[in-house]
Design a protein around this ligand. Sequence first.
Ligand code: PLP
Length: 469
Amino acid sequence: MTPDEFRTHGKAIVDWIADYWEGIEDHPVLSRVDPGWVRSQLPEHPPEEGEPFDRLLGDVDRVVMPGITHWQHPGFHAYFNTGGSGPSVLGDLLASGLGVQGMSWATSPAATEVETLVLDWLAELLDLPTGFRSDGPGGGVIQDSASSATLVALLAARERTTGGASNRNGVRQGTAPMAVYASEHAHSSVEKAVRIAGFGSAFLRTIPSDDDHRMRPDLLAARIDGDIANGLRAVAVVATVGTTSSTAIDPVARIGQVCADRGVWLHVDGALAGTAALVPEMRWLLDGLEFADSFVVNPHKWMLTTFDCSAFWVRDRADLLRALSILPEYLRTEAGQSGAVIDYRDWQVPLGRRFRALKLWFVIRWFGAEGLRAMVRHHLELTERFDAWVVEHPSYERAAPTTVNLVCFRHVDGDDASRRVMDGINAGGEAYLTHTVLDGTFTLRVAIGGERTTDRHIDRLCSLLDELA
Ligand code: PLP
């Protein structure tokens, strides 16, 4: 593709995306295709000769679009929202165009330095403890996902616990078994990380939670002490600020004290709800973060940034670097050897890394701190509006406290009725919601974090729920 051809087709794609966003409400939120339909519409074998670009775009309209669930639709209330906005898409496009691979500072100094700056900016915007800033022993890095962030946090924690012995000798050889602790409502990525890191699922200690689904610090302390008495090593605790099922906020300060008293690494998973700390009136949910050794928040969830972009900080990068850095000759650079620069490949699992910081930089600069705060407040207001409606409605009841931008509720007639309501909403095409199980009960979840969601959409959702009640 020549630069001129790229210009022509690139403009067509940008127009296509703008048209898509303008008309997004014409689509049913949830894709309606049957399994296998998309593939059945496409040739079984790759083309022998190149095809004109308009044929590619034609197939996007004809085949891909029916198979799309519209995450940027204002009626998307499933799971947690995935961020998106003009500046973030343009930043992502620019990163693709530059096509740099920022594994080391020397492989593109701007990729590293913009990333370090942007994470310092974000630390300031979220009012994170100063220890997470890059001007001390700590610092931030963009990971592809919170799952990866939690994995590397556990690897760093293990490094600290064993002084590197586990990396040299293997996880179980010559060392006592090691345990990781998280609440029963922690995200499944914690168990995945525990498995990948080789602790074994049996050594993920699931700590019961209170009636509001928050981890019980007293039971955490008892479990750690019991394990230590039995000869285990307590490696890390993962506290969640905004659990996936119900956005419960674990008491980080009390958990942090338990960790500090026992020398256990504290990782705080604020994948979704950490964003709420952009507004001072919600900063309380990160109280106790000064105890944390690491913290993750996903701009790709609730900060208008297109997937993937997960912001991760450590208070002391030395453990992380010891756990993950390996220096083969072919990656040796003068700058890296000087110690004056960051080589982010040592902060993550893969070697290669995209210039993800560009899109976050664009988002922060385009919206400004004020714009980001306005977005959070808007979603919190919409959530309050919906929450109040649920509380008032005779056929529905809240299933968990509403802490940020998710409302958990159920039909008073029980699980079958709740399921019927969810299926009815999702079949209608105007909105999409998903479920969880809380306290053994089928629970509907309405997440409110889409850039385009307004009062009108929430009111419409309320009337749809009313019709199905
Ligand atoms: N942690 C929490 C609390 C989550 O809700 C999620 C996803 O919803 C994750 C971690 C995993 O996020 P990612 O997809 O970035 O790995």
